[in-house]
Structures are given as C-alpha cells and as structure tokens.
Design a protein around this ligand. Structure first.
Ligand code: NI
Ligand code: MN
Length: 228
C-alpha cells in the first residue's frame, strides 16, 4: 500500500513497495519541514518548476543518493550542467515516462518557472502518476485553476494533492472548484501555512470539500503519513 508523507510546504515523500519518491524537496530552508535534506531517502525526485521553494534541495539530495531527477528538460539540463546531477529524465508538458515505480506524466500548470540564478526554467508542470501497483496520484503543484483538470481526473484518481495557499497558487475557493473537476477519491491540501502570506485554515476548507463534493479531504501535518 503506497504512503504519502507531507514534508511541509509543497514537499512530499511518496513510498511505494520498492521506491521512495520526493516531490519538490524544499527542506533545509523551509520553516515547516520535519526533516533535513541530508537525512531524507530518495530513488526519484520530481521537480515541478524552477522556483527556489521547489528546486532548493533537489541537487543536494540527488548527488548524495544517486536519485533520478524527473522534471522539464530545461531544469534537468540546468541540474546536470550547473549542479552535477548524474541521473535525470527531462520531458515536457503532455509527455510521460515509464520508470521503475510506474508512469509519470508532466501535466499543465499555470504558473512561472524561473530558476534561482535567473536561468530559464522552462514551463511549470504538475505530475500525474500511475504506480505499477495500480494507484493514480495527481500533484497539481503550483498552479491556478484550469478547466482541463476535468480531463486529468477523467481516468480516475485515488489521490489529488492541491495547493490552497492563495497568492502564488490557487486559494481555497478555486481549489474547491478543482476538486469538483478532478473528482479524486481523496484530496490533500498543500502549499499553505509555510509563511504568513499563504496561511490558510485547511480544516475549514476540508469541511467545504466534504459538504460539496464526494472526495474525502485529508488534512495532514508536516511529518504525518497517510496510506491509500
Ligand atoms: Ni512557484
Ligand atoms: Mn511555490
């Protein structure tokens, strides 16, 4: 049974029976991360876009663990050339890769993606995962609401991880609309309560999800794990 642990902000650890995936690891400079980059395990690291709160610890962890970084081509090239990352899979929107844990598709995201040194970070993306064990998980990552979420959810989703922080991404109202389009079995809020500008009441949002959709909202604290 796969498990998902919130590492604070938009960072997640997904464990399958054989592999550990990190999504957007931002640990050492995060005020809410329960673990440091030097202590985290990884076989694969998924990076959704170039902003520091997503790419920050990717190279550090990849170079220590040998993990494969999956991202857009601009970011994997930047990580390889500027930070010595050895194992990368660089794609682009709409493309997918079959990897040891299953299949991962780079999905549309409405955001920006400049890298910390000002380099072009390509287009931001979300990730749609189909694990070898059968489960489907969608990480919207940093994005505004968009109608094609209905299409992303059309194959059935066991879990959707959605930003609710507002200001930089969808806020609670649009994230509620996203749940209605995606129709996941479970939905988990992300990208909030890291800093004051993205403070949100996740339990209040969860009540609205429960009242207005068929999805089961799951609110976790940093360091907490759920199975699905
Ligand atoms: Ni961002
Ligand atoms: Mn962000």
């Amino acid at each position: 049974m796969p498990s998902l642990t919130w590492l604070g902000h938009a960072s997640w650890q997904l464990k399958t029976s054989q592999h550990t995936l990190l999504i957007d690891p931002f640990l050492d400079d995060s005020p809410t991360a329960p673990i440091k980059a030097k202590d985290v395990a990884a076989d694969f690291i998924l990076v959704s876009h170039g902003h520091f709160d997503h790419v920050a610890d990717a190279a550090k962890i990849a170079n220590r663990t040998g993990a494969t970084v999956v991202s857009n081509y601009e970011i994997t090239t930047w990580l390889a050339k500027n930070h010595g990352v050895k194992n990368t899979v660089g794609g682009n929107l709409g493309g997918a890769a079959n990897l040891a844990f299953g299949r991962v598709k780079l999905t549309l995201a409405f955001h920006s993606s400049s890298l910390p040194d000002g380099s072009n970070g390509g287009n931001p993306c979300g990730f749609l995962l189909k694990l070898t064990s059968g489960e489907s998980i969608y990480f919207a990552c940093d994005t505004g609401l968009f109608g094609d979420m209905a299409h992303i959810g059309s194959g059935g989703l066991d879990v959707a991880v959605l930003p609710i922080g507002d200001l930089f991404t969808m806020g609670p109202d649009d994230a509620l609309e996203a749940v209605k389009l995606l129709k996941p079995k479970k939905v988990i809020p992300s990208h909030y309560n890291t800093w004051p500008p993205i403070a949100q009441d996740a339990n209040n949002w969860a009540e609205r999800v429960r009242a207005q959709t068929k999805a089961e909202p799951v609110v976790v604290s940093p360091g907490q794990t759920i199975t699905f």
